[in-house]
Design a protein around this ligand. Structure first.
Ligand code: FAD
Length: 394
């Protein structure tokens, strides 16, 4: 019989992996478990929040995946029985596997920030999973009066999309500058530094002078609790009352990871950096945001790169070969305005059991660059989105 691979999660990681498996070895049977009829992509969703992009441009269906001969199982995986090598679905049906790949993305840790739970997120949206939350934050910004204070609270590392909160602040500023120019944005941060910081700060000074204030951990940036009813955010240094509050809470691997036994006490999933096999449960691999194992940032680019490397490793293992050592690339583009993009890139290889960054191989956009370079990078970011969504969803 054909070897069976079951994939949980049809996002950038799981969808890319399913297709890579079929491409590389059509003799393998692949089932993709994903409850949603279409995927809603996070990259460029900050442009939706800023009114620059239609939400429909974020939607991708699974017809392309099915056309590749992959079975889309439109259900939620609720349990894994590793001993029997079976995944249990919401309707209690079971799917057997030779190898299982788990790519469930993240869940918010609604136990981490006092006052911030699922119901509070209806008043103070996180908008860190694209969809209803994205549109809610958009509506709140539209309803806000000119002169209002928008507060964004950013979590400590690790979290999904390290430059994301700062891209969001930039694009919200772009909207406010045009429509509510007396408004301000305050970023309360649980860290003392962030991805592409000097590039963001230089861009903010040029594009939105005086509009965005960033407060790091040492200066009272860490939010210690919230009151959703009054949109108040507490820190050790005092309270901030927002007109619009975007609380991006601490995160962990999607819940199925813990249910399958592949998440450790940190909430993330330790993996072998060559095969992406779980360090905790054999025959289960974890890729994308849910995985940890070194320096790779949690991005769609990373999830796609890990998907391709993991697909090769899974095929090798199923066919009785040793997997090759992967070399993985990540690039993250961020928009500060529609025609102003910046990027950061890195290369990662297995080293001492972790995915380590290769020194001198990556870098960021130049700090001093003419407007034409920023415009080119904005266009590259858009082209990247086209490429990666076509690769993942067809
Ligand atoms: P996801 O894409 O979240 O996919 C997980 C899938 O698993 C979902 O479809 C979910 O429904 C499914 N699932 C979960 N649990 C189950 C279950 N029990 N059973 C079945 N299915 C399940 N990255 C970039 O590279 N570039 C960017 O510019 C960028 N911008 C971003 C901007 C924002 C505002 C945000 C929030 C993120 C951004 N990212 C960006 C990060 C990127 O979205 C994530 O890193 C990426 O989606 C991770 O892919 P994944 O496959 O691990 O998880």
């Amino acid at each position: 019989a054909a070897p069976r691979v079951v994939v949980i999660g049809g996002g950038f990681g799981g969808a890319s992996l399913a297709r890579a498996l079929r491409r590389e070895d059509p003799g393998i049977s692949v089932a993709l478990i994903e409850p949603n009829a279409h995927y809603t992509a996070c990259p460029l969703s900050n442009a939706v929040i800023a009114g620059l992009r239609d939400m429909k441009a974020q939607h991708f269906g699974y017809a392309g995946i099915e056309a590749d001969g992959i079975t889309h199982v439109p259900q939620r995986a609720v349990r894994v029985e590793p001993e029997q090598r079976r995944v249990v679905l919401a309707d209690e049906a079971r799917l057997s596997y030779d190898r299982l790949v788990i790519a469930p993305g993240i869940d918010m840790r609604f136990d981490a920030l006092p006052g911030y739970d699922a119901s509070a997120s209806q008043l103070m949206p996180h908008a860190w999973k694209a969809g209803e939350q994205t549109l809610l934050l958009r509506r709140q910004l539209e309803a806000m009066e000119d002169g209002g204070l928008v507060v964004i609270s950013a979590p400590a590392n690790p979290f999904r999309c390290p430059p994301g909160p700062y891209e969001r602040a930039s694009l919200i500023a772009h909207y406010l500058k045009a429509h509510k120019p007396r408004s301000k944005i305050l970023i309360l941060d649980a860290k003392d530094g962030f991805s592409k910081q000097r590039l963001f700060e230089a861009g903010w000074a040029a594009l939105y002078p005086g509009m965005i204030e960033w407060v790091g951990l040492s200066f009272g940036g860490a939010v210690t609790g919230v009151d959703a009813g009054t949109r108040t955010l507490r820190t050790d240094f005092g309270e901030h009352r927002a007109m619009v509050a975007n609380v991006i809470p601490p995160q962990r691997a999607g819940a199925i990871a813990a249910l399958a036994g592949v998440a450790d006490r940190t909430g993330w999933c330790p993996i072998d950096p060559v095969s992406f096999e779980s360090r905790l449960v054999p025959n289960i691999h974890v890729i994308g945001d849910a995985a940890i194992g070194g320096a790779m940032p949690k991005s769609a680019f990373t999830a796609n790169a890990q998907a391709k490397a993991c697909a090769s490793a899974v095929i090798a293992l199923l066919r009785g070969r040793d997997p090759d050592e992967p070399k993985l690339i990540n690039t993250c583009y961020s928009l500060l305005a529609p025609d102003y993009g910046i990027s950061i890139a890195g290369v990662y290889t297995p080293q001492n059991g972790l995915l380590a960054e290769v020194g001198g191989a990556g870098g960021t956009s130049p700090l001093d660059a003419p407007a034409s370079v920023r415009a080119e990078e904005a266009a590259y970011g858009e082209a990247w989105f086209q490429t990666i969504t076509t690769e993942a969803f067809g």
